[in-house]
Write a protein that binds this ligand. Structure first.
Ligand code: 1CP
Length: 333
């Protein structure tokens, strides 16, 4: 059993595995080298050999305990025939939704369109470097995908004023997303993913009254489905505030926390294994501060099953030497 699974399933507290959200990506010069030559991000995600290579890049540098497959949550809207582009200095830009067209897509069309992702998972899983380490597959949570599909750009830029107006459209999309996210989860597992993480990066945008409809119940369905395939599932509802209710309602096997919540409160209130928390900006400071901040999390979760990670993705301006230092701090703890 890998360390990661041992923490999640057997609730081990004497080991602290580490992996980092967005560990494969923009802060690594070897990624930027490949990215420079591949201006179409979707095509890059669908290039089996390059996706495999990029996934393994951070593992060649650092003693991380898991690989997260190089792909994107927006590959699902892409598989559903919504236009998805990544524009430089802007982020994702999606096309209009044609609900009739999306409703007609079947499993075969969807799988065919994004099949190289599954092939990349398979080659990552079989790489020597992953012996005794975990391969993590992922999906975006239905709510976060809905945000991108309807808003058509990052809500960081602006969330449409009339976002919730077309209630019928929203309900139709959520049903379609549930079906195809399950297909995507199933195929990642079949190809070798040993753990699934569900990213709900925009969970913090909702008011409390809307959590049940948009977050709790659609995510619970995916969690139950993943568990039924005997694969542990980690949820990351960034900005949710009330992590306790989230865990009790959605029942993931482990919970990934963001950098705005108080880790002491989490360690007291939450019984399931915890992952993450440290502010990615700490990696932009100095080694002494990094040591202090990393130890803070390790100390707080000393008697709790805990997977080291950040409270959001590693920032592009991070010095890889700081990442190296972080991995060593966690391993030497
Ligand atoms: O070079 C580039 O410009 C591409 C940058 C990039 C990368 C490296 C994007 C565009 N996606 C990714 C990879 C990616 N995305 C991974 C790979 C595995 C890893 O190393 O972790 C994963 C897990 C994701 C997941 C993802 N994509 C999320 C959830 C996690 C999070 O950061 O909150 C989200 C919200 C996206 C959408 C997305 N993809 C890319 C961008 C720029 C964005 C938009 C983010 C925003 O709205 O600001």
């Amino acid at each position: 059993m890998t360390m990661l699974k041992d923490v999640i399933i057997n609730k081990k507290t004497d080991i602290n595995p580490i992996w980092i959200m967005r560990q494969a990506g923009r802060y690594l010069p070897e990624f930027r080298e490949i990215r420079k030559k591949n201006s179409d991000f979707i095509k890059l995600c669908l290039n089996q050999n390059l996706a495999t290579e990029i996934t393994l890049q951070p593992l060649k540098r650092f003693d991380l305990d898991a690989a997260i497959i190089f792909s994107d949550i927006l590959m699902v809207p892409y598989g559903l025939n919504q236009k998805v582009e990544f524009k430089k200095n802007f982020g994702p830009l999606l096309g209009d939704i044609n609900i009739e067209e999306i409703s007609e897509i079947n499993e075969d069309d969807f799988v065919k369109k994004i099949n190289p992702i599954y092939e990349a998972i398979n080659s990552v899983r079989n790489d020597e470097i992953l012996k005794n380490k975990s391969t993590i597959g992922f999906v975006g949570a239905p709510w976060t995908l809905l945000v991108y599909m309807i808003n058509k750009q990052s809500p960081k830029i602006k969330l449409k004023d009339n976002f919730f107006d077309d209630d019928i459209l929203i309900r139709k999309i959520l049903i379609i997303l549930e079906k195809f996210l399950k297909i995507h989860i199933k195929n990642q597992i079949k190809s070798g993913a040993q753990i699934i993480q569900i990213f709900d990066s925009w969970a913090g945008l909702l008011e409390k009254k809307d959590l049940l409809n948009y977050i709790y119940s659609p995510t619970l369905n995916l969690v139950e489905y993943t568990k039924s395939l005997n694969i542990p599932v980690i949820c990351f509802p960034r900005g949710i505030n009330d992590y306790k209710t989230y865990c009790e309602t959605v029942k993931p096997d482990a919970i990934c926390i963001d950098y705005e919540v108080d880790p002491i409160k989490i360690s007291k209130n939450i019984k399931i294994p915890v992952q993450g928390g440290m502010d990615p900006k700490v990696l932009l400071t100095d080694k002494e501060n990094l040591k202090k901040e990393a130890k803070k999390y390790l100390d707080i979760f000393k008697d709790h099953p805990y997977i080291f990670n950040l409270g959001h993705g590693v920032l592009p301006e991070t010095d890889p030497n700081m990442m190296d230092c972080l991995v060593k701090i966690v391993k030497d703890y």
